[in-house]
Structure formats: C-alpha cells, structure tokens
Design a protein around this ligand. Structure first.
Ligand SMILES: [Zn+2]
Length: 666
C-alpha cells in the first residue's frame, strides 16, 4: 500500500483512557513484560486475555520460506515454531490492501464490508454514476463491525497503531494512530542545480566556515528554506562538509545542521529531527531531512525530505510524553521518487546500486519511525488488543517482485540475484519490528502475525476498455470522456479487477435489468476471446450476481463482472485510444483473483491456547478475526462469516458450545 496525499483527510482519535496511566508505573510494567518474555512459550490450554497483532503488508510466503530456511527471519521463525501457521492464506477479491484490511478486521468479505478496493464506487446507485468513487481507506463507509468494536463489547480496550482504518467505524474507547490520514504533501529531493540561489544576500549571524559559504534556496509547500553549505571548522572533513537549513538568512534561526553521509548501516543517525513546514494548503506539518551527498567543493548535493505530515495529536494527553519521532509520521519509503529515477539509475536500468541503497535507507527510516510509535504506544497506552501495521514488505515487493518471478519471460537470473538481497533487507526490517513487539508480549497475550495478500510479477498490461470500445459497449465523447448515454460497461479508473455495468438503477444508466444476462454473456465471450499473440489474456470471468455469494464479491458498492487475467498480466485502466496489450518494465502487483496461489499469504497465531507446531490449511483472511476473538474470549465481529480455526487450538474446544462462548459474551 502506498498512500499519497489525499485532500479528504479525516482523523479520529479518542483519548478517554489516556489520563489514567501514570508515568510512575510505566517502568515496572515494562520490566515485568520483559521478564515474562523470557519464560518459555505459553502452555496449551491457558486462556489469553489479550492479544498483539502485527500486520505485514503484502507478504509472499515462498520468499519468506526461503529466508526462514536460511535463518534470515529469526523472529518469524520463533513465532512459527511455537505457534500455528498457515502459508496459503486466501485473501479477498480484489486482493488489494483496503479490501484486504477491511476483511481482516471484520472477518467478512468485500460484499459485506463495502470496501471493494482502494477506491470504491459511490453509493447509493441512483445518485452516482459508474464514474464516481470514494477513497476506500478514509471516505468509503465500512459496513461491518471491526474486531476492536467487538472487543469493546466485552470491555476490552484497543490500540490501533497505523493499521488502515475506515470511515464510519465504531471506535469509542479505541486509541487510534492514523498516520496515513495525516499526510499533507509529497516527499522530494533538493539538488544544487534545483536550489542554486540566484540572489544570495548576507546572512545575519552567519555560522563559522573555513570556506566561503554557498547559499541555496528552495520551497516545500509555502515554506521557504535558506541553506548554507559551509566548511565546519570543527569538522575534520576537507571542504564543504555541512548544510545548515533555516527559515530566514539568520544563523540564529537554524533548524537543521546536516552532515553528508552515504546510505548504509547507521544512516538513521544522519536524519534531521522533524522540521516545521507550511503546506500548500496552509496546514502545519513536518518533514525529516537527510543529506545523502555533498561534494567537498560544494559543486553538488543530494538532499531528501519526507512527505509533510501533520502531527499525531498526542501532546495534551497523559503524562507519558511522546518523542518528536513518535509524533511525526513517515509511513513509507521513497518508493515513488525511486521509481521515477530521482534517486539515480536503478539496477535494472544499469545503475550501480546507489539508488537502491538510498531507497533502502528511507525504508529503514520509515520502519524506525513506525517502531518508535508502536513501542511508545504499547508501553504507555492501556490495551487488551494491540494492533500494529507496517507497509513492508509490500512497498518493496511492488518494486522488485517482477525481477524475481521466474514465470515471466523477462526473468533474468543475474538481475534476480542482485535484487533478492535488497528485498531480503526489507523483510528483515519487518522481522526486526516483529522482534520488538515480541519482546513486549506479556505471558497472557496471544501474538498474531497477519498479511493481506501476496504479489505476482507483471510484465504486460491489458487495457480492457479498448476491447469494450471495439465491441461498441463503451463510447467516448468528443473530449475523450466516457459518454454514459452510449456506454453499457466500463473498466473504471478505480482499477479493482472488475467491470461496472451502466445499469438503469445507477444515475445515468442505460442497461435495463432484462438486458443484463445477455450483456454478461456478450462481455464474457469478448473477454475470453482476447489474445496476446496466441495466448489467452483473460483466464476467468465471474458474474457478481451468480458468483457473488460464494466468492464474497459484488454488492451495492462492488463490481458487476470480476476478471481474472492470465499470470503476468495486470490491468491498465486507461480509456484513451491505444493498444490492448502493452509491455512494461517488470514490477510486482496484487489485486488478482484470491484463488491464484501468488496472491496467497501468511497467518501465524502463537501463545496461550494455541497448538505449537500446527500447520493450518484452507485458511482465509476472513478467518482471522473470528479466531482471534475466540482465543481472547470476546465476541466475534457481528458481520463475520469467516470460521474459527479450531485446528489451531491447543485443546479441542467443545464445538457444540462454541457459538455460545462467542455470542453470549456481553
Ligand atoms: Zn501493495
């Protein structure tokens, strides 16, 4: 999941429990927790009263297995060894992040949650056309009860730390950190050429320098920055060795003193503290700065800054003071800039690996910031259910899976061998986060690791709207926009692996219910006949009306026709005239039919009541919430249709009584 700037920001954080926690009692609790962690894995039959859940976005089981065999994921190995584990967990259709998390936290598929993708068609249908949509994460309403709302019915308190959350949730008494809703701009790079000061002027209180200071100027949002390259007399490095940043030409107003250092181990020491930014929309936000390079002659520099983000509003609550690092969210590595080539030429394009090294340090920093937040929250906010998120490995899987997928015709072993260790470092950073949370686990807590989907390599993209246009099912007006008066079906820009039928129950719709069956037949035949050379492009076509109940697809805010492409192909949602199939640089993707093995992912339960060493089969992500609720003895979310994974339990419970135990709890 890569979150970009979204104007419809919506932040909700409730602190009703906050003030009760006194700073004086923190330290003994922490010591107690650490002590307990040293006790061997929980004995079967005990009942957990709490749970810690860590979500790794986009985990590919085969890749994790290879690392486990090589001893490179020690914390995951420990968790699996002492727990019950599934590595072919079936996600939902589409296997996207928003739909996946909505289903993980509710135990219900997308036709029940109403989150049918990262963006969702707008409802009610009679008020919106097939062209209109809402952001799945922040604006589209979640129509099913979340696991933390269910836990609350049993009097349990939850902390939801940067887990994707949805609009309209019942979340009273839940402390939520929703960093992804606080993003207020884009990250960026400053180089000397971009920032050369054309009208340098004298500084007041100019910092001491052994060489003539060189001024640079740049803006982020509405904030103007003045920088001076200096040769710090206290620094042994020859030549220009320091960049000072200030909001004015005044050495007394310096906000950051940055030393250049190449990316690598210990690089996080070279990141600035959060620096205040006024965004283009006049919001108060902050960014971190990192000077990756500064030439000793002052001839060039490479300065990176993170997305401006509004602070987590923590200050006014409780005695436990959160550090600036906790308060200023990062949330992702510099994946967009890296992909655009802004970090330098990438390895597949002939680069030396320096761009990757810079990118990996931004990953490490994002993980560091998340880790600090999770650590602070688990120590200082009361919880029975603690849920934590990391966007890794997903973000890096998108960048590199295409070079590791041996089924693609573009596969090159030499390239794969250079890319694999890079992706391993990202998995390892998620394993480190797992290790931190494991070290915080009290003995009465179940620990669960979950993920929302796998990924597959992509080397070609298919523009289904081309086929629809050629079959006269989709028409454009003179400006190239969809002409709803002549359009029967569309692959919408929300790109969720499904077509929408412009049916008469929708605003602007033209397809009557009596025409639907015939239209479905026509589209099915059209799509299944598509060829790339000799090769079929579309593997399967599903009708939400007939296949919906079994597959968890469709519904008021779902699609009408779900499409499964052949492996290696991804959707291209463009409507403009062009070619049906285009080649692309290999990359990783998800969203496909959850039945495809490449979309499968991991789930692990460990702790009181869990059978150690158990391998679970036929697990779906919708089974997670009911199973966790059972283990921690609170009611399952009201709308959950997933099953309790009894085979994960240490003692086989009396299944006759199972529904009672779950439903009778207040
Ligand atoms: Zn993703």
């Amino acid at each position: 999941m890569i979150f970009t700037f979204n104007k419809r920001l919506n932040f909700s954080l409730k602190f009703s429990l906050w003030g009760r926690h006194s700073g004086a009692v923190q330290w003994p609790i922490t010591a107690f927790a650490l002590l307990l962690w040293c006790i061997p894995a929980a004995v079967g039959g005990q009942t957990a009263t709490r749970a810690i859940v860590l979500a790794w976005d986009g985990t590919v089981p085969d890749f994790a297995h290879a690392m486990l065999r090589a001893g490179k994921l020690p914390n995951l190995a420990k968790l699996i060894e002492g727990g019950a584990f599934a590595d072919d967990v079936i996600p939902v259709f589409p296997s996207k992040t928003a739909s996946g998390f909505a289903s993980l936290i509710t135990g219900a598929p997308p036709n029940i949650t109403g989150i049918s993708g990262n963006r969702v068609p707008r409802a009610p249908r009679d008020q919106f056309t097939i062209l209109e949509s809402l952001a799945g994460f922040s604006a589209a309403p979640l129509q099913a009860e979340s696991i933390w709302a269910a836990a609350r019915r049993a009097g349990k308190k939850s902390v939801v730390s940067h887990i994707p959350t949805f609009a309209g949730e019942l979340a009273e008494d839940t402390v939520r950190f929703s960093g992804y809703t606080l993003i207020a701009g884009r990250d960026g790079i400053v180089t000397k050429n971009a920032a050369r000061s054309t009208t340098p002027a004298p500084w007041r209180n100019s910092p001491p320098s052994a060489a003539l200071p060189i001024e640079i100027r740049f803006s982020i949002g509405k904030s103007k920055f003045f920088g001076l390259l200096i040769d710090d007399p206290h620094d042994d490095q020859a030549g220009y060795d320091t960049l000072v940043l200030a909001a004015a030409r005044d050495g007394d107003a310096i906000q950051a003193r940055l030393k250049p250092a190449p990316p690598g181990v210990g690089g996080e020491l070279f990141w600035s503290r959060p620096i205040a930014i006024k965004t283009a929309g006049n919001q108060d936000a902050k960014s971190y700065f990192r000077l990756f390079d500064l030439k000793p002659d002052g001839g060039d520099l490479f300065l990176y800054y993170t997305r401006p983000v509004r602070d987590l509003p923590l200050d006014a609550h409780g005695d436990a003071v959160a550090s600036p690092t906790v308060r200023t969210f990062v949330g992702n590595g510099a994946t967009i800039l890296f992909q655009q080539g802004a970090f330098g030429r990438t390895i597949p394009n002939g680069g030396s690996g320096n761009a990757e090294a810079r990118y990996l340090e931004t990953v490490a920093f994002a993980q560091h910031q998340l880790t600090e937040t999770h650590r602070w929250a688990i120590d200082n906010v009361p919880w029975d259910l603690f849920l934590a998120y990391t966007p890794f490995p997903d973000e890096a899987e998108h960048l590199w899976r295409g070079h590791l997928d041996t089924s693609l015709s573009t596969y090159r072993q030499d390239l794969a061998e250079r890319v694999r260790p890079l992706l391993e470092r990202v998995y390892r950073s998620s394993d480190d986060l797992l290790g931190l949370l494991l070290s915080k686990r009290p003995a009465d807590a179940v620990f669960a690791l979950v993920s929302d989907h796998g990924l597959q390599g992509i080397h070609k993209r298919v523009a289904l709207n081309q086929a629809l246009q050629q079959a006269d099912l989709l028409a454009l007006d003179a400006q190239g926009r969809v002409d709803l008066t002549r359009t029967k079906a569309l692959y919408p820009a929300i790109n969720n692996g499904y077509l929408l039928i412009n049916s008469k129950d929708r605003k602007g719709g033209i397809v009557g219910s009596d025409e639907r069956d015939e239209l479905i037949l026509k589209i099915r035949a059209l799509l299944l006949a598509l060829r790339d050379g000799e090769r079929p492009i579309v593997k399967s076509v599903y009708d939400a009306k007939t296949d919906g109940p079994d597959m968890g697809i469709g519904g008021e805010v779902g699609g009408d026709i779900y499409v499964e492409l052949a492996p290696g192909y991804d959707f291209d949602p463009r409507i403009a005239a062009g070619i049906l199939v285009s080649e692309t640089q290999p990359y990783g993707s998800h969203g496909a039919n959850p039945a495809q093995p490449a979309m499968h992912t991991l789930m692990v339960f460990n702790g009181p009541g869990v059978q150690a060493g158990q391998k679970l089969k036929n697990v779906r992500i919708i089974d997670f919430a009911p199973t966790l609720a059972w283990l921690v003895n609170f009611p399952k979310p009201k709308d959950a249709t997933g099953r309790v994974l009894f085979e994960a339990m240490a003692e086989q419970p009396d299944r006759e009584r199972s529904p009672e135990r779950i439903d009778a709890t207040p």
